[in-house]
Write a protein that binds this ligand. Structure first.
Ligand code: SF4
Length: 613
């Protein structure tokens, strides 16, 4: 079946250059050649290595279930319509909504054009800005407040390191290059409540969930004992070992490594950062590095420094006054009437906390939902109008990385299905249908790329020829502004708010919900062996997890890799829109003081269901 689609969509040339635009640290350089998408061996960071998601990208292009015609919802289900009619319907609904248009987008494609250009149109229509606060906002805001910058070093500094701490990240899944380099480092410790594949490969420090702040304070206390200056009143912080679950012996080992190695490095992940005290913990870890004179020896995030993103995003506009939180989207849109929800670059009805509330808002007869996507995702299933999207192998874009310094040029490998559009093409076509006169809404992709690269004295033609350039180094973290003793104390310990903590990390072959339709993996809930015995749950059996927001029946894997009191379920698996999904159970509360999400701090009950229950 797939080969039919190759014929239909046509290969543009025998070899083309690509950059993986997925929301991933590594942003791999790739070549399409002889029917294969493979790593670019000359890329200084990714060196020819790509993960399994690269070949899944090719499957996406050729997938028989791809949306290739615009569709409108009728009383009898979706009906295929012409592109012109679809654009007319969209424009009519956007006009009818009298300014109640919501741009609902995130990071499905990380290209500078795909992610930012359409914002010009939605801003002109009065749509609120979207605060992309579900990923690294907690840590970013704390680092900005504490150090004036979020940037320490790039991930590839691991190659120079002789002592590495991987804190709250499963890089075996989320950064395969970091994982490969970590294997060359003499001493590696992984701080994580769960024995992930990364933790299993190195020295595992099983911190208690939410105990990371206590662990940093244990390290700071030990540093103080060894004569380093720590500007916190450490006598205020007690029971640290009980809270973190990490012994003094291990604390000594970590301190020895940090102090005795020539080049210690810390990879700060997003896992613990998404707990109730995670943002402050990121700030304290970097403060700890400052105490030992290694302030920039960490990776957390790299800003898109040197590129004029605002040129693409804003043109000459100013941001709108109102913004909505992505994490709290369900709450923000609850009870909305007469609105147009325009979704692109995202699948919120899979990935948003408290998604049941958002489903209700989307299904309300009063609101009109427009979705631009490759597939009939959960969100597309709730749409009134669906536009087919181009795949990243079918249009040009420039892709920066938040893990390394290389900005790459993505070429076209295939001609796209006739009616499909990139985000930029859709935005321009809608502007025209809406009769908007602002010339900035019609800039073409080459002009946009030239504008974004102008501060670098680089043009579209130059980048297209060279395929990638190294961006300048962003300003690094400066002198620390320590949080107060009382703020640290209020972030130290918190009672469990339910029987089991539910952790919902990323999967190896999914990027949030992307690619799940290509792998059809069965979602599995991991439960500790002693908890399972106590609850009479056997390996492979179904259990029900539930809280006040929802419930989900799911097959269990009994394992000693998760600690007692913790359940682990990788998020992003696809369901029918009305079927339960793990994000039905996830709360949208934001962390205090930094407005980042705390998705990894949710509690559920669990019980066996089915046979013998
Ligand atoms: S998902 Fe990440 S590791 Fe995999 S190909 Fe894309 S950028 Fe590379």
């Amino acid at each position: 079946m797939h080969s039919l689609f190759f014929k239909a969509f046509g290969i543009i040339c025998s070899m083309s250059y690509h950059v993986c635009p997925r929301d991933c640290f590594d942003t791999c350089g790739m070549l399409y050649e002889n029917g294969k998408l493979k790593g670019d061996k000359s890329h200084p960071f990714t060196s020819g290595l790509v993960c399994g998601k690269a070949s899944l990208s090719l499957r996406q292009v050729n997938d028989v279930n791809r949306v290739v015609k615009p569709m409108v919802r009728t009383a009898h289900g979706f009906e295929k319509i012409t592109l012109d009619l679809a654009l007319n319907i969209a424009a009519e609904q956007m006009n009818r909504s009298k300014g109640k248009v919501y741009r609902i987008d995130y990071s499905g494609h990380m290209g500078i054009l795909s992610r930012f250009f359409h914002q010009r149109l939605f801003r002109q229509l009065g749509a609120p800005e979207v605060t992309w606060d579900i990923c690294s906002t907690a840590g970013d805001n704390e680092l900005l407040d504490g150090f004036g910058s979020i940037y320490g070093s790039d991930i590839d500094e691991i190659r120079e390191s002789d002592f590495l701490i991987i804190w709250g990240a499963n890089i075996a899944y989320s950064s395969i290059h970091a994982f490969t380099w970590a294997r060359q480092v003499k001493n590696v410790f992984v701080i994580d409540p769960v024995q992930t594949d990364t933790a299993a490969a190195f020295n595992h420090v099983p911190v208690r969930p939410g105990g990371d702040v206590a662990l940093v304070l244990q390290l700071l206390m030990e540093m103080k004992k060894r004569g380093y200056e720590v500007p916190l009143d450490m006598s205020k912080f007690t029971n640290l070992e009980d809270i973190s679950g990490v012994s003094q012996e291990v604390v000594n080992l970590l301190c020895d490594g940090l102090l005795k190695s020539a080049n210690p490095f810390v990879f700060l992940g997003y896992g613990f950062q998404r707990q109730w005290n995670g943002g402050l913990c990121v700030r304290l870890i970097v403060s700890l590095l400052d105490v030992i004179g290694k302030r920039d020896h960490f990776y957390f995030d790299r800003p898109y420094y040197g590129i004029d993103v605002d040129y693409v995003r804003l043109g000459s506009q100013k941001p709108n006054n109102r913004s909505i939180s992505w994490t709290k989207l369900s709450e923000e849109l609850r009870g909305e009437h007469g609105a147009v929800f325009f979704v692109l670059n995202a699948n919120p009805l899979n990935t948003i906390p408290d998604r049941r509330t958002l489903i209700k808002a989307f299904k309300s007869e009063d609101n009109f939902v427009i979705v631009h996507d490759l597939f009939m995702t959960e969100t597309a299933q709730a749409a009134d109008l669906v536009f087919p999207a181009k795949h990243y192998l079918e249009f040009e874009d420039v892709i920066p990385s938040y893990g390394h310094k290389y900005l790459g040029f993505n070429e076209i490998a295939f001609s796209a299905p006739e009616n499909s559009m990139s985000n930029m093409e859709l935005s321009r076509a809608l502007s025209e249908k809406l009769g908007l006169k602002n010339k900035e809404l019609y800039e073409n992709d080459i002009q946009l790329i030239d504008g974004a690269l102008r501060p670098l004295n680089v043009s579209y033609d130059y980048l297209k020829e060279k395929k990638r350039i190294a961006l300048p180094e962003p300003p690094k973290v400066g002198h620390p502004n320590w949080p107060s003793d009382s703020r640290v104390l209020s972030n130290l310990n918190r009672e469990k708010e339910g029987s089991f903590l539910l952790l919902t990390p990323v999967a190896r072959l999914r990027l949030h919900s992307q690619y799940d339709n290509e792998i059809n993996a069965v979602p599995i809930l991991e439960i500790n062996v002693d908890d399972a015995a106590q609850l009479r749950i056997c390996d492979g059996e179904l259990a029900r997890i539930e809280n006040e927001r929802g419930s989900l029946d799911i097959a269990c894997k009994v394992t000693s890799r998760v600690p007692r009191g913790v359940l682990r379920l990788e998020h992003g698996f696809w369901t029918d829109i009305d079927a339960p999904n793990v994000n039905d159970l996830i709360d949208s509360t934001l962390q205090k003081g930094n407005m980042g999400s705390q998705l990894m701090w949710n509690f559920v009950d669990i019980r066996p269901v089915g046979k013998g229950a």
